[in-house]
Design a protein around this ligand. Structure first.
Ligand code: AHM
Ligand code: MG
Length: 337
C-alpha cells in the first residue's frame, strides 16, 4: 500500500491511527504500536502535571542537578519518573536512556525488542515561566538477542536506525508529533475526550522560508562562519524567532519553515544539545517532513554515537535553508572556538 491508500482523515483518534498503520506491516506483532500508546499515555499524565504546575507549587528547582550539572526542575523529575515507569511497565522496552539519568536503565523486560532514548522535559528553563516545553523520544530495535539483558550497543546506534521518533509539545494546545519512517503526523490533545486526534496529517516542512532561530546572546562566541550565515539571514531580512525550547522552536519551523541553529561556543565547543535525546529524533522527523539536519559537517542521522550524553552542534529545518547554512559553514572547515 502506498501512503495515500492508508492515509486517514483529520479527526482520526491516535489509537485507531496506530492500529490502522500496523495493518500495513503484515508481520507486525503490535509491540511498537503498544509502545507508542504507552508514550502517549505517559504524555497525557505529564501534560496534566504541567497544567497544574502553577497551582500546586511543583515548579521551581528540586535541589538536585542532572548528569550535565544543570539544575533539575521538579517537573523534570516528575516527567522522567512518569515516562520511565510507563516504558518499564509496558514491557516492550528492554532498556531506556534518559537525559536525566546517568546510566543506561535495564528494565529487566528481557523479551522487549525495543530501546528508548528520551528527553522527558525539554526546555526546562521555561517551566517556571509558563512557556512551551516538550518531551522528545527515539525508539530503536535492540541489537542484542531478545531474552537477554540490554547492552550498551543497543542504545548507541546511529540515528538512521530509529524505527520511530517523536515529541510532545505542551503549549497553547498539547500535541504529539511522530514518525515511523512513513511521513510525519501530528495529533492534538482533546482534553475533554482524553484523546489525541489527528490534526496535522502527513506534515511537510516548507522547503524555503524566512525564520531563523538561534540564541543570539551567544553571537560573540560563535565560529566566524556561523556569524557570516547569521549576517546573511539579516541581509535577507529574515525574522528571528527564539523560544528557548527546542521542541517549540522546531515545531514552529516544521509548520512555517525555518532554520534552528545551536552552534558550538567557547563554553560548549560541541554545542549544547544532545545527539541521542534531542538531535536524532528531531533530525528523523525533519527528514521525514522533507527538511534536513546537520552538525555543520555531517548528516545528524549518520553520526556514530560514542557517549550516552554526547553533545552535537545542530542546524536543522527547511532543506534549502540548512543547505545554504552548510555552504557558509563549509567555505572553510569550522574553526574550533
Ligand atoms: P534542556 O534539555 O536542559 O531543557 O536544554 C535544551 C534546551 C533546548 O530546549 C533549547 O533550545 C536550548 O536548551 C536553549 O538553550 P539556551 O538557553 O542556551 O539558548
Ligand atoms: Mg533537552
Amino acid at each position: 500500500m502506498n501512503r495515500e491508500e492508508w492515509a486517514l482523515p483529520v479527526g482520526t483518534a491516535l489509537d485507531r491511527f496506530i492500529s490502522k498503520h500496523q495493518e500495513q506491516f503484515p508481520y507486525a506483532t503490535g509491540e511498537l504500536s503498544q509502545l507508542l500508546r504507552d508514550i502517549a499515555l505517559a504524555g497525557k499524565i505529564v501534560n496534566r502535571e504541567i497544567n497544574r504546575a502553577g497551582l500546586i507549587n511543583i515548579t521551581g528547582t528540586f535541589g538536585a542537578q542532572n548528569v550535565q550539572g544543570e539544575e533539575q526542575q521538579k517537573l523534570d523529575v516528575i516527567a522522567n519518573v512518569r515516562f520511565i515507569r510507563a516504558l518499564r511497565n509496558g514491557g516492550e522496552v528492554c532498556g531506556i536512556i534518559s537525559e536525566e539519568e546517568e546510566d543506561l536503565i535495564d528494565t529487566e523486560k528481557y523479551e522487549g525488542k525495543y530501546v528508548v532514548a528520551i528527553d522527558p522535559l525539554d526546555g526546562s528553563s521555561n517551566i517556571d515561566v509558563n512557556v512551551s516545553i516538550g518531551t522528545i523520544f527515539s525508539i530503536y530495535r535492540r541489537l542484542s538477542p531478545t531474552g537477554t539483558p540490554v547492552q550498551m550497543q543497543d542504545v548507541m546506534q546511529e540515528g538512521f536506525k530509529q524505527v520511530a521518533a517523536g515529541y510532545l509539545l505542551y503549549s497553547s494546545s498539547t500535541m504529539l508529533v511522530y514518525t515511523t519512517g512513513h511521513g510525519v503526523n501530528g495529533f492534538t490533545y482533546e482534553p475533554s475526550l482524553g484523546e489525541f486526534i489527528l490534526s496535522h496529517a502527513d506534515m511537510k516542512m516548507p522547503e524555503n522560508a524566512s525564520i531563523y532561530s538561534v540564541n543570539e546572546g551567544n553571537y560573540r562566541d560563535f565560529p566566524k562562519e556561523v556569524k557570516e550565515y547569521l549576517e546573511h539571514c539579516k541581509d535577507k531580512r529574515y525574522s528571528g524567532r527564539y523560544i528557548g525550547s527546542l521542541v517549540a522552536d522546531f515545531h514552529r519551523n516544521l509548520l512555517k519553515g525555518g532554520i534552528y541553529l545551536y552552534p558550538p561556543t567557547e563554553k560548549a565547543p560541541k554545542g549544547k544539545l544532545r545527539l541521542l535525546y534531542e538531535g536524532n529524533a528531531l533530525a528523523f522527523i525533519a527528514e521525514q517532513a522533507g527538511g534536513a539536519a546537520t552538525d555543520g559537517e555531517n548528516r545528524i542521522l549518520n553520526i556514530v554515537p560514542e557517549k550516552l550524553h554526547q553533545r552535537t552542534p545542530l542546524y536543522i529545518g527547511s532543506k534549502s535553508m540548512v543547505d545554504t547554512c552548510s555552504q557558509f559553514l563549509n567555505t572553510k572547515k569550522l574553526t574550533e572556538v
